[in-house]
Design a protein around this ligand. Structure first.
Ligand code: ADP
Ligand code: ZN
Length: 427
């Protein structure tokens, strides 16, 4: 669709969605009244900035039913966030909402080259988490033979992957990396499986990690982004260009704002991503602040899609650690590790001793490159520490640990253990 037509469609849908929310959601109506905005003031996307934001705290305050857009009897499904950053919030779906969300996931599968010829192994968790249900529904819509594995039981995942010739894999990138490791351990080479592509998301991952997964599994690895509040995975998806994710703009408007001031920023500027749903019924969201930091771009894409693109979120604004006053994102640490030849198996431990932050990173050694003397380990630790210092500006203490000693996650990886919280430090 030409960009002008997308804008026209968004204008029409926005006017309708704002009126719908004002009429049906008291919580948001109160926010609009407080700001002095009436539905008639919103004539199109250029008026979007007039609307109040919704934040995660609003969702927690309105929990569970306060932001419902329709009678509960019209809803057919509930999902909840993973609770990565606090109390879980719940979202409601009507059948129309489920269909729209599954269409978005189907687009992601097709953009990654999927078709009804594929066997799609879904090992995102099934249940309250949106990962399993979303990709499962998308896989059905595309007509793939769907293998609803859910997460965990790696031996069974591998057995079915090999016996049933899975060609598509859907899971978190950390689990994809773990599957790669496990296949290798079992003596399989990347070319032994029939996988062609994988769709990985729900947590941050780096380009280096993409290359590692592609090599280990012998596939093309595509990114997918989404969040429960807006629907689930498939809000944005990667195409064959593998350079940023197209946002499903016929269903969602994306904005970038300054996370400090809330001011909208021009396209191409780094800031916090904000979404407005355009046709949701159960849980419509106007100007929802995702806390994910990224850059939008309207550059022409070689795949021919005209939807706006977003970069990989560079971490959430609340994933950011402030260590000795310096802002540090786990993605920076991961980039250094992969560049230095380590797998992304690490854990960051923060604590406070004598009023000063301690910053330790446990990193698993590579099974193929296992130093044989304590001196060699110390020298490797020093090298890694210097590379971290160059990237972060502060010095972590690196501890190389034996392979497979850091607990693997079947869903989202747990990268940060912040013991400073016991002193009430919450950054
Ligand atoms: P929670 O906020 O509890 O983790 P969700 O399960 O709904 O709840 O996860 C949504 C969040 O997951 C997003 O806001 C984003 O931070 C992260 N996320 C989802 N997909 C990606 C991706 N492809 N890359 C980086 N982060 C992602
Ligand atoms: Zn594209």
């Amino acid at each position: 669709m030409p960009v002008e037509e997308i804008k026209k469609l968004q204008d029409e849908k926005l006017v309708r969605q704002v009126k719908y929310v004002y009429d049906n959601v008291k919580y948001y109506r109160d926010l609009m009244d407080k700001k002095g905005v009436k539905p008639e003031d919103i004539k199109g996307t250029e008026d979007l900035h007039k609307l109040p934001f919704l934040k995660k705290d609003d969702l927690r305050e309105a929990y569970p039913y306060g932001l419902l857009g329709t009678d509960i009897k019209n809803c057919v499904r509930i999902h909840s966030t993973s609770g990565t950053t606090g109390k879980r919030v719940v979202a409601f779906y009507t059948q129309h909402d489920v269909d729209m969300w599954e269409d978005c996931c189907a687009r992601a599968i097709v953009a990654a080259g999927g078709s009804s010829d594929d066997v799609c192994q879904v090992c995102y968790g099934y249940g309250l988490f949106t990962g399993g249900a979303g990709l499962h529904g998308g896989s059905h819509k595309v007509g793939c033979l769907t293998l609803p594995m859910s997460s965990g039981n790696t031996d069974r995942q591998i057995q079915f992957m090999m016996d049933l010739n899975s060609t598509f894999l859907c899971c978190t990138p950390s689990y994809a990396a773990y599957l790669g490791e496990s296949l290798k351990e079992k003596g399989y080479k990347p070319e032994d499986n029939k996988l062609r592509a994988g769709i990985f998301g729900a947590e941050p991952w780096t380009e280096e990690m993409r290359r590692d997964i592609e090599k280990a599994l012998g596939i093309k690895a595509y990114d997918i982004y989404g969040l429960t509040e807006i629907s689930g995975p498939g809000v944005a998806f990667e195409c064959e260009e593998q350079k940023g994710m197209h946002i499903n703009e016929d269903h969602f408007i994306a904005e970038i704002i300054d996370p400090e001031t809330g001011e909208p920023l021009p396209i191409g500027t780094k800031g916090e991503l904000v979404f407005t749903s355009l046709d949701k019924e159960g849980f419509p969201m106007l100007r929802y602040r995702t806390r994910d930091i990224c850059v939008l771009s309207r550059e022409k894409c070689s795949c021919g899609r005209t939807f706006l693109k977003m970069t990989k979120p560079m971490g959430r604004s609340d994933d950011m650690m402030i260590i000795r006053g310096v802002n540090v994102f786990p993605s920076q640490i991961e980039t250094v590790l992969l560049k230095q030849g380590y797998a992304p198996n690490y854990q960051i431990i923060l604590d406070r001793v004598n009023n000063s932050d301690t910053f330790d990173i446990n990193v698993e050694m590579n099974p193929d490159d296992f130093p044989d003397s304590p001196k060699a380990i110390t020298s490797k630790e020093k090298k890694l520490q210097d590379a971290m210092k160059a990237m972060l500006g502060i010095n972590p203490k690196i501890h190389l640990v034996a392979p497979k000693t850091i607990e693997r996650s079947e869903g989202k990886a747990v990268r940060i253990i912040d013991k400073r919280k016991r002193y009430g430090i919450t950054t």
